[in-house]
Design a protein around this ligand. Structure first.
Ligand SMILES: [Zn+2]
Length: 115
């Protein structure tokens, strides 16, 4: 099990190898005996993981955009239905008002009841 200390890039002048070494090993604190990790090996793993991560972020953004579109469409549909209901009420009010005007014009006693 690793000691969880941060890793530091190192350069071995003798072998000309780049490696990563944990902070405890680097300071020879005795808390960790992990050997250096070859830089190419570690970086390949990190980059592979990064591409997987970026891929899942892209999919996630796509999902969020899809949800937003669905929500926007539902709101648009509800708004259209409310506008249609309002238009129907307007037409009904116009008809009732026209009927009321007709009753007044005829001096109908019903006109006072309709007020
Ligand atoms: Zn360590």
């Amino acid at each position: 099990m690793a000691c969880q200390a941060p890793l530091y890039p190192t350069w071995d002048h003798k072998t000309e190898n780049r490696t990563y070494l944990c902070g405890n090993s680097r300071q020879s604190s005795g808390q960790c005996r992990r050997r250096p990790i070859p830089a190419e090996l570690l970086e390949t793993h990190v980059l592979n993981h990064l591409s997987t991560f970026v891929g899942s972020v892209e999919a996630w953004i796509g999902d969020v955009l899809g949800e937003r579109k669905t929500e926007a469409l539902a709101r648009r549909t509800a708004l259209d239905a409310s506008k249609a209901a309002l238009a129907a009420l307007d037409r009904q009010r116009d008809k009732l008002y026209a009927e009321y005007e007709r009753l007044i014009a005829e001096d109908s006693p019903l006109a006072t009841l309709a007020r």
